[in-house]
Design a protein around this ligand. Sequence first.
Ligand code: 5AD
Length: 472
Amino acid sequence: MPSVFIKTYGCQMNERDSEAVAAQLVAKGYSLAASEAAADVVLLNTCSVRDFAEQKAINKMRNLLGTARSEKRDQIVGFMGCMAQSRGRELIDRLPDVDLVLGTQKFHRAAEYLDELLAGKRRQIVDIAAEAKSEAAIREHLLNGSAKTSVSAFVSIMQGCNQHCTFCIVPATRGAERSRTIPDIVAECRELVARGVKEITLLGQIVTSYGRREKSDAWQVSAGTNLTGELPTVPRQPSLTPFVQLLEAVHEIEGLERIRFTSPHPKGYGDDLVDAYARLPKLCECAHLPLQSGSDRMLKLMHRGYTREKFAGIIRKLRAARPGIGITTDIIVGFPGETEEDFEQTLSLCRAVEFDNAYIFKYSERRDTPAATMPDQVSVPVREERNQRLLELVNTLAARKYDAFIGRQVQILVEGPSRKNAARFTGRTRCNKIVLFDGGERHRGQLMDVRIERTGSFTLYGDPAVVNLSSP
Ligand code: 5AD
């Protein structure tokens, strides 16, 4: 049977999609190749959120085609995911030897199409059409594919985004919001827990909008509904947003220890979600709240739907509900029209909020987005300079946060050996910080306490001498 290598660009949703495609192919008898060079099929799962990500994937494909041609190999190569969706046939026009272009609603068709290509039945396939129910097709897992995924798994709960932030290409790559049902998601989570998973991260482009578009009774869990017979118990509050109803349903799964989710929208942090942090002990004390800008003027132009004061208020509420909550964010610098004063508003909000980490992005024009044609585009050197200044601030503030852990005991879930140094094991705190310690296979999958001895860049180091296993 053929072997496949999937290279993933971009976000955790893309990682999850790649895993589901890999699992689908393994189930059909494919093996997973250790490298691109050794593979019969190479798929690039692409990202479109910034131009840089697109260029990387295109260059990679050029190299693959160059190597295959020079070695006269008949490797099958394809693009899938966001760039495949947004560019479609245009990719073939640019790179005519690409065999497959598979859109974001077509991941579940990968095996069928590869079979046809490998058998020579078709020479080239482009499929980026919309497909009803495709949001429920990302469900197969590869628990043994990577050491880490056997303890912690990602579950895709929805696809698409209707927010239409003016900078963002995602509505064009992922389509409108479509949510899976609560029983379907819970069934997948249960299955994972039965296979040894202890931590689940619920995934979607805008998870706080989960279920808002679906009207059918079959979808929504209304007060007192018992979902599957085996599902419980506590009558649900019709006043809760569907996302909080989902959190409650997943929370009831026995054997599941930790729940996380990403990515939410700040406007989705209503009181019911803040309250969920206080009520649901398995919900880890961490939140990724994409800020994008600290300037109200920019937030309005970005179509974000909140002000800096509203954002800071959400963080205050979350910290009151869960002291010690780890808070991370995304920020764009150099959005069209951003002045020095606007940028300083972002700096001042970062100082006030003290994020645990912030992912900073230089604004990148995305075609067919409103921001791409806005006046006063910021020059590239200014974007670069603001990126540098913000990075320095964020790193300084984060280092202070990390240093505050020294001497403290924290609970970690051990994921496996560290990628960089196999003698070290790695786990995460509930507030989502990476902890390295001198561990061994016996620690894998354990929830345990370690004392933090020192810190590195966005890393905590735990002392194995004071490790207490919390379970046998
Ligand atoms: N330019 C720069 N960064 C962007 N992001 C989304 N679109 C763009 C763009 N056009 C960033 C946002 C988002 C993160 C995933 O990527 O900060 O939260």
